[in-house]
Design a binder for this molecule. Structure first.
Ligand SMILES: Cc1ncc(COP(=O)(O)O)c(C=O)c1O
Length: 371
């Protein structure tokens, strides 16, 4: 059994994928090009934004957004400590001050209350918050409208880290549509994954889009006219061609993920397990299906012995990581994130998980609890 069965997905779309790859290989054009433009157009429409920009990874997407907004050493950016390192890393790479705020016990994401408190504390310390970087964790973009309103009332930018949540919705709006700009990732294990690294930026601001487009290719605004110090952060033609194939199947895959999540919730009812709660007005794409349990390590070992792969996202919150030690945070500063890090475990989740495999997983978890 696979945790995320990318091989099964490849076999299912094999003919279409190989045809697309061959077309690019035979075209002689491998950087940007019409496939990237088509993917940008289709995904812009998918998230309901006028502009999309294909880039080399989700990390670069976030970095380009921050740089284009002019965020640097004078500013501070607030984010969650319960996320993948890239979210926080890009803030430090801009030289900006990084502020963490605790997450909601229910959704595992930044909640407006924790953000308000952290912003007040930051101002008392003399910091100048400029942006909130909110993450759609495990596929769930919770509280994004609330955070968008909060950011705008305080004159801050909201940036959406939609690296795990493309295809999800909050308050009827697609993930990727919130804030001044949003970033997503096409890392292979993501809900819409490619066959290598890749990412995309979404925005509704024409000027910001033009600047980010320049930053993607060495700050070039015309051939050999370097207006900014930029990056080499282009999306490969080959990735775009393969992603166009996968995009056709993406809505059906999102449906499958809903079905699988429903079966997990039903099958695991009555056990001493909490789930990541999806608020009524949100749709998760279940990049992960995550449980909160007290005996996490014992459950993981029990499932491993029965051939069931699981994963722990994330075992150590970012404020306790050596890379962010200089910020001065200590154990106890973000009790919810710390407690989740000790108790979360993710079960196999992908659109090709067969009902029989899922029954085996459910029965094994029930067996652990003697149920
Ligand atoms: C929340 C989050 N932000 C950022 C990233 C970075 O994306 P990438 O791996 O494409 O650079 C990832 C994924 O890896 C992620 O999960």
């Amino acid at each position: 059994m696979e945790f995320i069965d990318l091989k099964a997905q490849y076999r299912t779309y094999q003919d279409e994928l190989e045809e697309a790859a061959l077309r690019v290989l035979r075209s002689g054009r491998y950087i940007l090009g019409p496939e990237v433009e088509e993917l940008e157009e289709k995904l812009a429409a998918f998230v309901g934004r006028p502009y999309a920009l294909g880039v080399s990874s989700g990390t670069d997407a976030l970095l380009i957004i921050l740089k284009a907004l002019g965020i640097g050493p004078e500013e501070a950016v607030l984010t969650t400590p319960f996320t993948f390192a890239a979210t926080a890393e890009v803030i430090k790479r801009c030289g900006a001050h990084l502020i963490f705020a605790d997450v909601s016990e229910k959704t595992f994401t930044l909640s407006p209350e924790t953000v308000i408190k952290a912003l007040e504390e930051a101002s008392q310390k003399g910091l100048s918050p400029k942006a909130i970087l909110a993450v759609g964790l495990f596929g769930l973009p919770a509280f994004l409208l609330e955070l968008e309103e909060l950011a705008s009332s305080k004159g801050l930018f909201l940036i959406e880290d939609a690296c795990q949540s493309l295809g999800a919705r909050a308050r009827g709006r697609p993930s990727g549509s919130f804030g001044i700009a949003a970033a997503t990732s096409f890392f292979p294990a993501k809900p819409l994954g490619g066959y290598g690294d890749g990412g995309m930026i979404f925005t509704s601001e024409a000027e910001l889009y033009e600047k980010m487009k320049a930053l993607r290719v060495h700050g070039q605004t015309a051939r050999y006219e370097h207006t900014y110090v930029g990056f080499n952060a282009r999306l490969d033609t080959l990735q775009a061609a393969l992603l166009l194939v996968k995009l056709k199947h993406f809505p059906a895959e999102i449906e499958k993920r809903q079905e699988i999540a429903r079966r997990y919730r039903e099958g695991l009812k009555g056990l001493p397990i909490a789930f990541q709660e999806v608020p009524e007005d949100c749709l998760s794409v279940y990049a992960q299906f995550t449980l909160v349990v007290e005996e996490r390590d014992a459950l993981q070992a029990f499932l491993r012995e029965r051939g069931i792969p699981t994963a722990v996202y994330y075992p150590k919150p970012l404020h306790l990581q050596p890379a962010f030690r200089d910020l001065g945070y200590r154990e106890g500063d973000f009790p919810v994130a710390e407690s989740l890090a000790r108790r979360v475990i993710s079960l196999p989740m992908h659109p090709f998980l067969a009902p029989r495999e899922q029954d085996t997983i459910i029965q094994a978890v029930r067996g652990f609890y003697g149920a």
